[in-house]
Design a protein around this ligand. Structure first.
Ligand code: HEC
Length: 114
């Protein structure tokens, strides 16, 4: 009984550590360039938009877009950046493929903020 408790405790502890590891990876904020490479050019965003992504990939995209929204673009109005990145984040969070495709407008955002 006591032994079982210890083993259970260790398992929970290991789980917490594993989850903590994930949080840590997320804490290291991705730069705009990282997000572009992984989500946009890398095709993660397109995959989620097409509905073919796994739950893990969806989570990764949400995390990348969270960092994107918190980043400061090299140029352009802050309000416009917030609006564009929020649209991406909202669409990714909702898993709304059509909204995601619309929000991931490379040209429009690049001409305003890149
Ligand atoms: C919400 C705005 C936004 C959207 C949407 C967007 N980008 Fe970007 N992208 C940027 C900004 C801002 C930069 C410049 C980053 C910098 O120089 O720090 C950039 C840079 C890039 C770069 C250069 C990265 C590097 O290492 O220099 C690539 C490649 C890129 N974007 C691809 C894409 C593609 C492909 C899409 C569409 C599927 C896309 N982006 C959509 C904002 C956006």
């Amino acid at each position: 009984m006591f032994r079982g408790l210890i083993i259970g405790g260790v398992a929970v502890f290991a789980l917490v550590l594993a989850m903590d590891g994930n949080v840590d990876a997320g804490k290291d904020k991705a730069s705009i360039k990282d997000v572009m490479k992984k989500a946009m050019k890398g095709g993660l965003c397109g995959k989620v938009a097409s509905g073919k992504a796994s739950d893990e990939e969806k989570k990764q995209l949400i995390s990348l877009f969270t960092d994107l929204a918190a980043a400061k673009p090299p140029k352009g109005e802050e309000a416009s950046w917030k609006e564009k990145t929020k649209a991406l984040l909202d669409a990714a969070t909702a898993g709304d493929g059509a909204a995601l495709k619309k929000a991931a407008n490379c040209k429009e955002c690049h001409s305003a903020h890149k």
